[in-house]
Design a protein around this ligand. Structure first.
Ligand code: MF3
Ligand code: CO
Length: 249
């Protein structure tokens, strides 16, 4: 069942989304060669707690940290570590979720560390564009898979591939609600979008093949071919006036 949110509930989700966006603004400033992903996790957790937000990931199915920090060939769910030191030319996907007044905001962004190769810049640009093309389809009366199809078409037209094993999701009082939102598939399928639906749209895009595997820590997801991967995510409300992105400043 897809839970529709009232105007008051959407206002709470907007507050959660704003704090998540503010945490991303902090991350964008901090990301530099020499920083560890552990440092980033500490900084974000402290920021969220100071702003009366509850980190959504910590303790979720036993996840040990407040952010996911996924470097280069890590697709999602990289665990922050004192041993992972950011290097010039790398990319890092930072995923942040937080609850404010009982509602969740969830957003991921992939940041370049210093100067990155042109092909890597293209990966980041195409994945971000795919996110916004997906968001554009989050219109009343469209069907859910119109989002999926917009993402996949853009990504594949640029020669990259879309991860199949992880998907976007409804979001609200729970971080994960119905529906699942694949980043691939034909248009015109699935439920019709209604005002009050809140969706976390999150393309995960690989330079090489779409296949992924989970490492022995049971969390870290890497590309099977070890080519690099990017991840961009916003929490979005479907409204009569079009899609409203909640995870912005
Ligand atoms: N933000 C991610 C999602 O959209 C995942 C967080 S996984 C967790 O599902 F375990 F770290 F919470
Ligand atoms: Co998400």
């Amino acid at each position: 069942m897809i839970i529709l949110k009232s105007a008051e509930e959407l206002a709470a989700m907007r507050r959660a989304g704003r704090v998540v966006a503010e945490a991303h603004a902090l991350v964008r400033e901090l990301v530099k060669p020499g920083l560890t992903t552990w440092d980033l996790d500490r900084a974000v957790e402290e920021f969220l707690l100071r702003h009366n937000a509850v980190p959504a990931f910590k303790g979720y199915h036993g996840y040990p940290a407040s952010i996911c920090a996924s470097v280069n060939e890590v697709v999602v769910h990289g665990i922050p570590s004192r041993d992972v030191v950011l290097e010039e030319g790398s990319i890092i996907s930072v995923d942040i979720g937080a609850f404010v007044d009982g509602f969740c905001g969830d957003s991921a962004w992939t940041y370049p560390v210093g100067e990155v190769a042109p092909e890597t810049q293209r990966l980041l640009a195409v994945t971000e564009e795919a996110l916004f093309l997906g968001i554009e389809q989050a219109q009343v009366g469209n069907r859910l898979s119109d989002i999926s199809h917009a993402v996949q078409s853009h990504v594949e037209s640029h020669g990259f591939s879309v991860v199949r094993d992880f998907v976007g999701h409804g979001i609200g009082r729970q971080m994960h609600e119905a529906p699942q939102i694949p980043n691939f598939g034909p248009p015109g399928r699935g439920p019709r979008l209604k005002p009050g639906m809140t969706l976390a749209i999150e393309p995960m895009v690989n330079v090489g093949g779409y296949q992924v595997e989970v490492l022995a820590d049971h969390w870290t997801v890497v590309t099977r071919d070890r080519c690099w991967s990017a991840h961009f995510e916003h929490t979005v409300a479907v409204t009569e006036d079009g899609p409203v992105i909640l995870t912005v400043l």
